[in-house]
Design a protein around this ligand. Structure first.
Ligand SMILES: NC(=O)c1ccc[n+]([C@@H]2O[C@H](COP(=O)([O-])OP(=O)(O)OC[C@H]3O[C@@H](n4cnc5c(N)ncnc54)[C@H](O)[C@@H]3O)[C@@H](O)[C@H]2O)c1
Ligand SMILES: [Zn+2]
Length: 364
């Protein structure tokens, strides 16, 4: 069978590129979906200035890890107020971009529960109405600007939904590292580790291909090289640019492979222990790497391009890297007992994402 790679998102990258929004929208009106701090940071005012009369509305009460409980009323109001507006501009981290992806898919009756009911069936469907999405990431991590996926959490029910339609690919990604200069240290760290996880998960993945491998290796090497420097100099635009590019590359890699075991484990860690996504999907990376090595010589060769020195030393190298950043790599540090963690890994291996892991068929 042929190897395939496909990503339809137009990308504009560079400091100040947000000024190109009017050109990208080409006369269309839009609704801005953004994070709450965007107002006090002056970002909303700046966007009002850039967009002028093209800006039809602002949704800025986007909570981290968008949940059905808050999305439902926002969705109803959004479709009531803006049914005719053709575009959504999401400016924020993965939470804002994923929220925009949920909002852009219109149901017949304008109610969110209809969309959730549709997602619960697991069947692919064509939404009756949909808006275009321009994604402007302000974190360097999720890659959501170049993927069609959105994670919708349901904390009350202890589960999550994955939205993924042909219509939820962003039309354009505007990656402007200048917008990332205001990121707090914790978010800089978490989102970069999310990107590292996307890159490695795209390599130890049954869906990997030579194109995703190039993006994944470049991304993983860049995060490993840049993150300690960036944490020491968070105001450095050149380092922010390197990290933004690495996260974009990781997004391009896993936009075709999807994620694997580390992400499969992460969902329970976030739902049960409230661990931020970037930590939840990265603290197990050394353990998953250990399991990946030796499964397939072709995958070993790609992993060897990421780590310097013998591949057998890579898991310890990665553990030491995370420890230096203050990220513990054992379940016990997060309050998970040994037996519970064993069960978690086994269950995650059988999950939708876990099955993408090259070592999924092997004993735990
Ligand atoms: N769709 C995908 O492919 C994909 C991939 C990975 C993760 N995700 C999802 O993304 C979410 C996590 O996204 P994230 O890590 O980008 O964090 P986030 O969007 O939750 O943002 C984290 C915090 O940083 C703030 N913030 C964002 N940008 C800022 C800036 N420039 N300056 C100051 N503060 C800023 C936010 O308001 C928030 O409080 C999770 O819900 C996860 O499930 C989606
Ligand atoms: Zn992730």
């Amino acid at each position: 069978m042929s190897q395939r790679y496909h990503n339809p998102v137009a990308i504009r990258l560079g400091a100040g590129v947000i000024a190109e929004l009017p050109a990208v929208l080409a006369g269309r009106r839009c609704i801005l979906v953004t994070f709450p701090e965007a107002e006090s940071l002056g970002l909303v005012a700046r966007l009002r200035g850039i967009l002028g009369a093209q800006l039809a509305g602002v949704e800025d009460q986007i909570e981290p890890n968008p949940d059905v409980a808050s999305l439902a009323p926002m969705y109803a109001r959004f479709w009531h107020d803006h049914a005719d507006c053709p575009a959504v501009v999401a400016v924020g981290g993965g939470s804002a971009i994923d929220t925009a992806k949920a909002l852009m898919v219109g149901t017949d009756n304008g109610r969110f529960d209809e969309l959730i009911a549709q997602l619960t069936t697991g069947a692919v469907f064509t939404p009756p109405r949909v808006k275009s999405l321009v994604a402007v990431p302000t974190t360097a991590g999720t890659g959501s600007e170049v993927t069609p996926w959105a994670t919708i959490w349901d904390r009350a029910a202890g589960k999550k939904h994955s939205l993924h339609l042909r219509e939820t690919w962003p039309e354009t990604a505007l990656v402007d590292p200048q917008l990332m200069l205001t990121l707090p240290r914790a978010v800089t760290l978490q989102s970069a580790l999310d990107a590292l996880s996307h890159a490695l998960e795209a390599i130890w993945n049954v869906n990997a291909n030579p194109v995703s491998d190039v993006f994944a290796v470049a991304a993983a090497r860049e995060v490993l090289a840049t993150l300690p420097e960036l944490l020491a100099a968070p105001g450095d635009l050149a380092l922010r640019t390197r990290m933004a590019t690495a996260a974009l590359h990781a997004g391009l890699a896993f936009s075709n492979t999807k994620t694997a075991l580390a992400h499969s484990i992460s969902y329970e860690m976030t739902l049960r222990f409230g661990l931020p996504h970037g930590i939840a999907c990265s603290f197990t990376l050394p353990m998953v790497l250990q399991r990946a090595i030796g499964v397939d010589p072709g995958r070993d060769a790609v992993l060897a391009r990421v780590f310097d020195g013998p591949l057998a030393d890579a898991p310890a190298q990665l553990s030491a890297f995370l420890a230096r950043l203050g990220v513990a790599t054992d379940f016990a540090a997060y309050g998970v007992a040994a037996a519970d963690s064993q069960r978690m890994v086994t269950e995650a291996m059988g999950g939708v994402r876990g099955k993408n892991f090259i070592g999924a068929g092997r004993p735990a």
